[in-house]
Design a protein around this ligand. Structure first.
Ligand code: TEU
Ligand code: CA
Length: 564
């Protein structure tokens, strides 16, 4: 296994709109981030991934880009961005920019030109089709609800948008379009960035002919993933991108790849031949949703910890055997808050957040922390739909309440569990009005628990989640086994405990996680012999005399031992 800085890194994701507002307009911005660089350095992270800061009409909070080479004025200027990059690099922190090239905004000049006439040279930068019997060209549903096609009055044709209708999909079949994207990537790399997080990068190649999706759920529009997830030319496009751009720099690349399999992941991340360093897979964050055909993220079911073990173990083993590399995250700007979802955001909030942090940092792969996770921020339960901002949430509410006639209270309960806005409430810096995020009204309401859960309180408490993260990050720097050690599941059938080992050269770690709010008994399997142990980290006080051959674990207790 080759050593690499992107394997040894801990990544911290910043969602700029919600991080820190420096000028009192209620919107987080680049100068706000600049003010918190010492904070990030104290925490110890080595890479920052910045969600999009480019010019955008904000139909999808910056994931709809109207100019790839300009900064959104709400976030500041290019000079502010240059300043931020310099400040990060001074502190030894690298910067990943978000690369959103499956689609642009409909306000991007390319799309404006494309829309102006079917003969325009930019027309073919996007995916246009005539209608079929007075309807859309096919039956695909958009990720944000409704048809994935939008009718264009002027030309009488439709354009494809897998996300909102203000996010037209780019046509990757067009070599001129691809050359423009590569030139843009090169432009940012020349400015000194350290890599890219690539938005829905496994959707850029579509099956020719764009065939109808099989009917699996109710309604007119169906999920067309078979025709665009890991499409026929994906690897070819990514290899071309690698050859023309990525391979010329010492950078960090991570592809966001919904519905990816381990087989695809090996092909993409294979150490020597693969185009990217690592991917975000989604299997573990889909475990608490209904598995029936046609079910969506709003159809909930409880997490089964043994399924979690199976999924994670498959990702660990398949990528290790195939020579790929894993990434691991438990939260981001699209997911509910991890402690509310996989832990316990009531009585055991602190313990369970630390347990999840242990899980995150002890897996084999590069860990990602999402802003606020390090202080155990929780989901929010806004009372009114008017408090929500996310396009996916608002479209869903409208469809469920107005079209399907469901009870609004019931729909709000689903939103409380799953809305992306759970992750997008402002960062809770202190207990002053608006949590120190802004001096005016924030663009989205704060979570009302900020007087108790905030950075100042967490840093004042030596036993806080924040300090536990700081320790885990430091341990990763100190012990190569945490980065490079191979993973093995033990006690696969234990109904409460997720336990595994990491092995590297002559060293071995044992990680024991009680995922429940009840006490649990741990006994190691016979195949795991050891005569002595030493505690590396734990989220409760532990007696040094405890015999690891038979442990009683408290609710959400996590322990990591060296085995000898
Ligand atoms: O998300 C892609 C994706 O498929 C999802 O996670 C989806 O957007 C949604 O969250 C399902 O509930 C990426 C970005 O991370 C997301 O913020 C963007 O909205 C989307 O692409 C479009 O650019
Ligand atoms: Ca601002």
């Amino acid at each position: 296994m080759k050593r690499a800085w992107w394997k040894e890194s801990v990544v911290y994701q910043i969602y700029p709109r919600s991080f820190l507002d420096s000028n009192g307009d209620g919107i987080g911005d680049l100068r706000g981030i600049k003010q918190k660089l010492d904070y990030l350095q104290d925490l110890g992270v080595s890479v920052v991934w910045l969600s999009p800061v480019y010019s955008s009409p904000n139909d999808d909070n910056g994931y709809d880009i109207s100019d790839y080479r300009a900064i959104m004025p709400e976030f500041g200027s290019m000079a502010d961005w240059d300043d931020l990059l310099a400040g990060l690099h001074q502190r030894g922190i690298r910067l990943l920019m978000d690369l959103v090239v499956n689609h642009t905004s409909d306000e991007h000049p390319w799309f404006q030109a494309a829309r102006s006439s079917p003969d325009n040279p930019y027309r073919d930068f996007y995916i246009w089709r005539p209608g079929r019997d007075g309807h859309e060209p096919n039956n695909w549903v958009s990720f944000f609800g409704g048809s994935a096609w939008q009718y264009d009055q002027a030309s009488g044709e439709y354009y494809l948008h897998l996300f909102s209708k203000k996010q037209p999909d780019l046509n990757w079949e067009n070599p001129r379009m691809r050359a423009e994207i590569y030139a843009m990537m090169d432009w940012w790399l020349q400015k000194g960035i350290d890599g890219f997080r690539m938005d829905v990068i496994n959707m850029i190649s579509k099956v020719p002919g764009l065939p109808d999706a099989p009917v699996t759920g109710p309604g007119r529009y169906q999920f067309g993933g078979a025709s665009f997830i890991q499409g026929p030319r994906l690897l070819e496009f990514l290899q071309e991108m690698k050859q023309q751009v990525l391979s010329r720099y010492d950078i960090f690349t991570v592809g966001e790849t919904p519905l990816v399999t381990t087989e695809h992941a090996v092909a993409i991340t294979q150490e020597d031949s693969g185009p990217l360093n690592m991917l975000f897979q989604f299997e573990h964050v889909d475990l608490d949703r209904d598995r029936r055909e046609g079910a969506t993220k709003w159809d909930l079911r409880p997490l089964d910890i043994n399924e979690l073990k199976q999924v994670m173990t498959r990702w660990q083993k398949d990528l290790e055997q195939g020579g790929g590399w894993n990434s691991f995250y438990l939260s981001n700007h699209d997911q509910p808050r991890m402690v509310s979802r996989f832990g316990n955001d009531g009585h055991y909030r602190v313990q369970s957040a630390k347990l999840l942090a242990t899980f995150l940092h002890m897996m084999h792969g590069t860990p990602y922390i999402y802003q606020g996770e390090e202080i155990g921020m929780t989901n929010v339960a806004f009372e009114s739909i008017t408090q929500y901002r996310d396009i996916e949430t608002l479209n869903m509410y409208h469809a469920f309440v107005e079209e399907r006639g469901l009870d609004p209270h019931q729909v709000l309960r689903l939103i409380h569990a799953r809305s992306r806005d759970n992750a997008r409430t402002p960062m809770q810096w202190d207990d002053s009005p608006h949590a120190g995020f802004t001096s005016s009204t924030p663009w989205i309401d704060l979570n009302p628990n900020y007087p108790a859960i905030n950075v100042v309180a967490a840093r004042a408490d030596p036993d806080s989640i924040w300090h536990y993260y700081q320790t885990l990050i430091r341990l990763r720097r100190e012990h190569p086994i945490i980065v490079y050690g191979s993973y093995d599941l033990i006690c696969a059938e234990h109904p409460q405990i997720y336990a595994f080992t990491r092995t590297y050269e002559h060293e071995r770690l044992l990680i024991i996680l009680n995922f429940t709010a009840e006490t649990a008994t741990f006994t190691p399997p016979d195949q795991l012999p050891f005569s002595d142990t030493r505690l590396l980290i734990s989220n409760y006080p532990v007696r040094p005399t405890d015999d690891v051959h038979r442990l009683s674990l408290r609710p959400f207790e996590a322990r990591v031992y060296w085995l000898y």
